[in-house]
Write a protein that binds this ligand. Sequence first.
Ligand SMILES: *Cc1c(COP(=O)(O)O)cnc(C)c1O
Length: 506
Amino acid sequence: MHPLAKLDHRYVWHPFTQMRDWLKREPIVIVEGKGARLWDAHGREYLDANSSIWTNLHGHNHPKLNAAICRQLGKIAHSSALGFANEPASLLAEKLVAAANPRAVQAARMLSKGAGRNPSLRKVFFSDNGSTAMEVALKLAYTVARRTGRSSKPKFLTLEGGYHGDTVGAVALGHIDLFHKAYAGLLFKTDQVMAPYCYRCPFNRAKPERADARDYRKCNWECVGKLEQKFAAQKKRGDPYAAFVFEPLMQGAAGMIPQPCGWLSRAADIARAHGALLIADEVMTGFGRTGLDAVRGTRAFSLFACHHEGVQPDFMALAKGLTGGYLPMAATLTTREVFDAFIGEYDEFKTFFHGHSFTGNQLGAAAGLASLAMLQTGRSRHARQRLEHTLKDELPALWRYPNVGDIRQVGLVAGIELVRDWRTREPFDLRERVGIRVCEALARRGVLTRPVGNVVVLMPPYCTTPAEARRMVAALGEAIAVSTERISAPSPQRPRLLNQATISAP
Ligand SMILES: *Cc1c(COP(=O)(O)O)cnc(C)c1O
């Protein structure tokens, strides 16, 4: 075993990992990266097929990002945002506000029949990671609801299968039982409502086909009906929801579950009509991940998933890709109205009493600036478009495997749901560890990713070449074939149709 692997075994405790299993084999120790490629301590080469857990955008060791960080390092690495402003954080906040408010989003809302106009996101609160970005949105929305007299005990409506991070407030907003049940006693209560999951939707009357379940579903938008009912019932109780919390276009840790086209704008209209604030968790979807679709009704591009449906939230949480996946930094964008609820005389103590040691970190902000500038070039747009199309062309090859139940792609991310039998959608038991085994077989073929339950995630960095993307999909096909051949026989008992995929790890 490599000496670094030995040290890891002796001292390191890994996240979302059964350490007994971990300690049974030598871990892959990553020592270098370039573009979409990674190298381990033994010099073996891999493709980074999940962008290092959904963070990396432009590839590893990118000369522009390296240079931006080195330039900043030559000045200063960190100074506190408690008491001082700094250069890159000020510049980044300006650029984020510009990117998060494309004029077209206002126009899109004017065109829709929906309720009210879209707000503008004007203020940026920096923190360190996706969970803290959501904690900030949660605390701000809570306080606003109390100060405006909307509710004395503000309640949040969240989506089934939602995942918003692992700090206690973020866990309270999430609904992945496997992760969250253990802490139930620590959490405040939030209501949940059905999230669209066309492949396993109890209202979808379509028989399984070899296509994305969203495309052949037969339903009457019952999921939207459920949402409307929830809001109406809560209003009747005289205590309307303070905020509606959602991952736009695709729920990540739930198993890469995409929303059918039109769900988000309908859901947002309902929430707005009931006066709730919208909290969009764009931690996974932000910065171009959901593709180059134009803002609804216009020809303008946006980097954010919400805008594809013409929705502008009151809070937008950003993290993972904010620094191009280089450094831990996050941001919560919000409106002037929210900001103003915290303005007053010093001794009114309306101050937002929240912050982190590394709020507004200068190295992170410098990386964020360089990443955002790159995303806005025609070259980056072109590369993203090419990768999206390559995935679209290659992924259908996986339909030939009978254990592939659903292939769902949104822009530059895809989830491949593995099932015992595609004809019945019968899921694999989580204990069979099929997702994990497929990913282990993939690693032996030089492609690294991590499953969520029985869903394999492909989310390559934007710099991935068509040849590399083809290699990822081809290797995945082989991995599925070798990992499922012994266990794929449909079981004799009746298929269990789960409402929500059972999940093992993000
Ligand atoms: C990863 C993720 C988070 C949590 O971010 P961390 O940086 O891991 O705390 C929150 N929301 C979504 C949608 C995520 O994918």
